[in-house]
Design a protein around this ligand. Sequence first.
Ligand SMILES: Cc1cc2nc3c(=O)[nH]c(=O)nc-3n(C[C@H](O)[C@H](O)[C@H](O)COP(=O)(O)O)c2cc1C
Length: 303
Amino acid sequence: MQKEPSEFTMQNAYSAYAKLRTRRSCRSFTDKPIDDALLQEIILTGLSAPTGGNLQPFSLIVVKDAAKKAVLAEVCGQGFIAKAAANLVFVMDWHKLSAYTRAKKAPFVANRVLNHNIIAYADIICAAQLIEAAATMAGIGVCMVGNIMGSGERVGNLLKLPENTYPILMLSLGYPANITDKRAPKLPADVIVFEEEYPVFDEETLLAAYDKKYSGMIAPLPQDDAKREEMLAALRESYLTTYTAEETDMILSEIEAAGAMNEMQRRFGIHYGAAGMLKKQEAFFSDMARRNIIFGPTAERKE
Ligand SMILES: Cc1cc2nc3c(=O)[nH]c(=O)nc-3n(C[C@H](O)[C@H](O)[C@H](O)COP(=O)(O)O)c2cc1C
């Protein structure tokens, strides 16, 4: 039962803050299902989130079916999704509003306008984060899955999504199973929160804060010669997006000499891969445009 806000004291608020600060992404779930009524409460809490222009341009598909979860896990390339009790697929949705505006004889172009699409995504993030918070309060683990982006066709077919919609974020929910890895460290508040104006950082302070966050995160190059060469070739492609050929050679020989990469080199050089990031962006625009959502610089529909 929902309590009246008047019953909510500051003491409750501080205990809620303490609980919320225990949050972390959960990628390991037990088989315990989430009670339907509880899941509904959690989702309804999320639906009270703020929404740009009060438009609520999204839908939420709750996926509990094992076969569908397996497809989502494969599409997103992350096995934990199949083990989650429920996956909530957030769909950017101009389908409903375009039908409503047409019924009301109003013009409608929001699906073709970048800032409206950004706001629609922001709406989704607001609701998703509120759901995460509500789930955390109930001891349920959550992982946001942005990896669902770029899979409009497969997810669209799987969930029977109509035109003018795009699956853009997913939340995997379940009861946490033996989480043993350490919490992801956050940057300290003083490099994020500023009083009245943006400060002039000395580079040393800035780098030290990031170094602390990513300390100990060193990725060794593969021992195997062929695999190492393959990785260096992938790194080279990534580096050439940002550095000259000469600089690239210099940095790569430093990496080779160290036999390892730091976290930024791994993340942007290999994990995302700077060259791949740029290529994927084009594919992403087209994937959205095929569903009639224009997130790119063009207002033309790509067939
Ligand atoms: C928009 C968004 C998308 C995310 N996508 C993924 C994802 O696809 N897969 C994943 O394992 N984690 C994903 N995460 C979780 C982040 O990796 C995680 O929040 C970050 O590493 C910090 O860890 P913490 O949440 O435990 O504090 C995503 C988080 C956000 C906010």
